[in-house]
Design a protein around this ligand. Structure first.
Ligand code: COA
Length: 207
């Protein structure tokens, strides 16, 4: 595939604050989500920090020498992650975000994810147990880092762990990300819909 490892490295705990910022700066269908929700902590509290807390060894960053400019955070087994979330992350989350009552606003729908990690359980979980999030700052996109994170780090690590497939769910408004995922070998899963795209990639076992 020709993807390079240059500028890619394993996650370190000291990266967390910067990665939380990147999560917000790319959190509105790939664009800046600063100020979109009543607190900028919400997106990283749902889509970044639980991942590096549960499985820091499944997180990698892009760093050209001045600190992280992008990341990929993954979990190899979504079912285990959901159990971990319920036991560990929901109590943490509940101290910071009150559980919403119906009718739910768009922000309250997001907050509910902190209480209901089973939303991560797509029907194809047995075949595609892993899932991930990937975000690069504008200005560092389109230079091969996304492909490098997937081809050189995520897929080999999953293959070595014997994980048969990886999936992602995404905002349907993010057409650039959709083109990227298709370029790096992801195809729509049977449960995928126009409103809630779910893409997967099979991982051949290592011979
Ligand atoms: C989506 C993202 C992770 C892709 O990473 P990237 O480093 O920009 O992509 P790469 O340079 O590695 O591109 C890999 C392939 O995807 C294709 N691709 C990437 N962005 C594309 C776009 N906007 N339109 C069409 N194709 C695209 C490239 O053409 C390339 O194909 P090639 O290797 O065959 O030439 C990155 O742009 C990003 O973080 N965007 C903002 C946050 C975001 O949307 N995250 C995903 C949330 S679901």
């Amino acid at each position: 595939m020709g993807a390079s490892n240059t500028g890619l490295r394993a996650y370190r705990v000291g990266d967390l604050a910067r990665l939380r910022e990147i999560c917000v700066l790319t959190g509105a269908a790939g664009s800046d989500a600063t100020g979109r929700w009543s607190t900028d902590e919400l997106l990283p509290d749902l889509f970044l920090e639980p991942y590096v807390t549960a499985s820091p060894e499944w997180a990698w960053v892009v760093d050209e020498g001045d600190g992280p400019i992008g990341y990929l955070v993954a979990v190899p087994r979504t079912d285990r992650f959901v159990r971990w979330w319920r036991a560990k992350w929901t109590p943490w989350f509940a101290e910071r975000y009150p559980e919403p009552d119906e009718p739910y606003s768009p922000e309250e729908e997001l907050v509910r994810r902190g209480y209901h990690p089973e939303v991560l359980e797509i029907p194809e979980l047995e075949e595609y147990p892993a899932h991930f999030h990937i975000d690069l700052l504008p200005g560092h996109q389109g230079r091969g880092y996304g492909r490098g994170l997937i081809e050189n780090l995520l897929i080999p690590a999953l293959a070595a762990a014997g994980i048969p497939g990886v999936h992602l769910t995404m905002d349907p408004a993010n057409s650039a990300a959709r083109a990227f995922y298709e370029a790096v070998g992801f195809t729509p899963l049977p449960s995928s819909t126009a409103d809630a795209p779910a893409l997967g990639r099979w991982i051949p076992p290592r011979s």
